[in-house]
Design a protein around this ligand. Structure first.
Ligand code: AMP
Ligand code: MG
Length: 471
């Protein structure tokens, strides 16, 4: 059977000012690095030859039914409003409609668009492989995320202080509508467009929602769950700008993201986050701020402004408690609790405090709880033992706490230093570490033979101090 993507496009039917129609800029020598056959199957895509797929996923061939475009959006970047961002290096090929919902198929790294500003519209191999591995790992951990359908190299050099191999990622998302998409039209006072966008987003993502208020609450609920999920696995997004906050509630835009090794609540990795705005434990505050920006935009289409302000304020103020409720549920499971007692939060926080004080590895400490073998992660053994005694007493009420913990605490995460090793190898032409990471991280909750090295925290000289944006 011939290569086929059963496109069924809807965004392109929206008014012209929502996007710019344009084709990707062809590249010199596309080569297929990886194709996600399982995901393709779920999307109803029929695979083709490597050569055919490389040309399509590089943007050199436009497949039948595609209607390539770059989306317009704005956003607050590190708190500063930018009225015009948009897809500066991405091309939405189109959408597929599946029994599991509608999905965008987008190429990232396809050359300049009217939204590129001073950028080259390209991506290099490192960030493409990082996004591939981390997004697929997030999915395997059960965390809502965009997915990776394919990666290609372009045969072209990209200039990033030095010459680096160019690559393109094919990203799959429930949509690419962001908080910043709403801000784009609200800032222009374009009521008609904002109404059209809201109606479209409701129909596509929250068909049960009636009007902007219910829509806002539905987005808040998704984001509350998402951020609690991040907090439960030690994930730091790194650039939680409003243009990187997606309405459907998926993790999107894996730039300078990272998983913590040693637990510390104020961990920051991103080299551009000098103030620690997007530090680990600030994420739950920033998402509320981002939702307030969405609310602000939606006010433009509220018939009664005062009532809109009052209702939206109530919705925003309810968000921290929602995040906390998800957080409690997820962290209870991490220490083996399926039941609910008031004192659990204190028990969890006391463990986290001990971990921070002892420089304990986040992932390995929680994973070891399932074997009741966590003591070695603590220098202050007495402190841990005292906590363990309280914990063991609490576990008496639980039926199978080890199973609860092993399903909540991944054994493997895409550790930063492993990503760096993988990228270095790939640049030298060796994709074995990339393929191996993908294989092991596909089942992160199962202990796997021959993968103990992937559990190890970085040695002194392997510690990654900073991560850089994928631009
Ligand atoms: P990000 O930080 O990746 O979320 O990107 C923020 C904005 O910068 C978006 O509008 C991107 O499309 C744009 N951008 C990022 N990298 C590039 C690039 N290499 N060329 C053009 N635009 C880019
Ligand atoms: Mg972005």
């Amino acid at each position: 059977m011939a290569f086929n993507i059963p496109f069924d496009n809807s965004y392109v039917t929206l008014p012209d000012r929502f996007y710019t129609r344009l084709d990707p800029t062809p590249v010199k020598a596309p080569e297929l690095l990886r194709f996600n056959a399982a995901l393709a199957g779920d999307l109803g895509i029929t695979a083709g030859s490597d050569v055919e797929m490389a040309r399509v996923f590089a943007g050199n061939d436009i497949p039948a039914g595609a209607a390539p475009l770059a989306q317009a959006y704005a956003g607050h970047q590190f708190g500063n409003y930018n009225p015009r961002l948009g897809d500066g290096r991405a091309n939405l090929l189109g959408e597929v409609n599946t029994p599991n919902g509608r999905f965008d198929i987008q190429l990232k790294g396809t050359g300049p668009t009217p939204y590129s500003r001073s950028g080259d519209g390209r991506a290099w191999l490192g960030p493409v492989l990082r996004e591939y591995v981390v997004s697929e790992a997030m999915h395997a951990m059960g965390i809502p995320t965009t997915r990776a359908l394919a990666a290609v190299t372009t045969g072209e050099d990209i200039w990033r202080e030095t010459a680096l191999p160019g690559a393109i990622l094919t990203r799959v998302a429930r949509s690419h509508i962001r908080v910043g998409t709403f801000q784009y039209f609200a800032a222009k006072q374009d009521k008609a467009a904002l109404q059209t966008l809201t109606d479209y987003a409701i129909a596509r993502h929250f068909p049960q929602a009636q009007g902007p208020l219910e829509f806002l609450v539905a987005v808040i609920d998704r984001q509350a769950k998402l951020i609690a999920h991040w907090m439960s696995v030690g994930f730091i997004h790194g650039v939680m700008n409003t243009d990187n906050t997606q309405i459907a509630g998926e993790t999107i835009d894996y730039g300078p993201c990272a998983f913590m090794d040693v637990y510390h609540p104020v961990t920051v990795f991103s080299s551009i986050d000098r103030q620690g705005r997007y530090a680990f434990d600030n994420q739950e505050k920033i998402i509320v701020w981002n939702m307030a920006q969405l609310a602000n935009s939606l006010l433009l289409i509220m018939p009664d402004l005062d009532k809109g302000v009052a209702d939206f304020t109530t919705a925003i103020e309810a968000m921290p408690a929602k995040i906390h409720a998800h957080w409690c549920k997820l962290y209870r499971a991490k220490i083996g609790l399926a039941t609910d007692q008031n004192s659990d939060v204190e028990l969890i926080n006391d463990l986290l405090k001990l971990m921070a004080d002892n420089g304990a590895d986040f992932t390995n400490t929680f994973r070891a709880l399932g074997r009741d073998d966590a003591a070695e992660n603590f220098i202050d053994r007495d402190g841990y033992d005292a906590w363990r005694t309280r914990w063991q007493a609490r576990l008496q009420n639980e039926t199978n706490p080890a199973a609860t913990m092993n399903a909540a605490n991944p054994a493997y995460i895409p550790r930063n230093h492993r990503i760096e090793i993988m990228i270095e190898a790939a640049v030298a032409g060796d994709f074995a570490p990339f393929n191996r990471l993908l294989r092991v991280l596909a089942t992160p909750f199962s202990d796997q033979a021959d993968a103990d090295d992937l559990r190890m925290p970085p040695k002194g000289d392997e510690v990654v101090q900073q991560t850089f944006c994928g631009t």
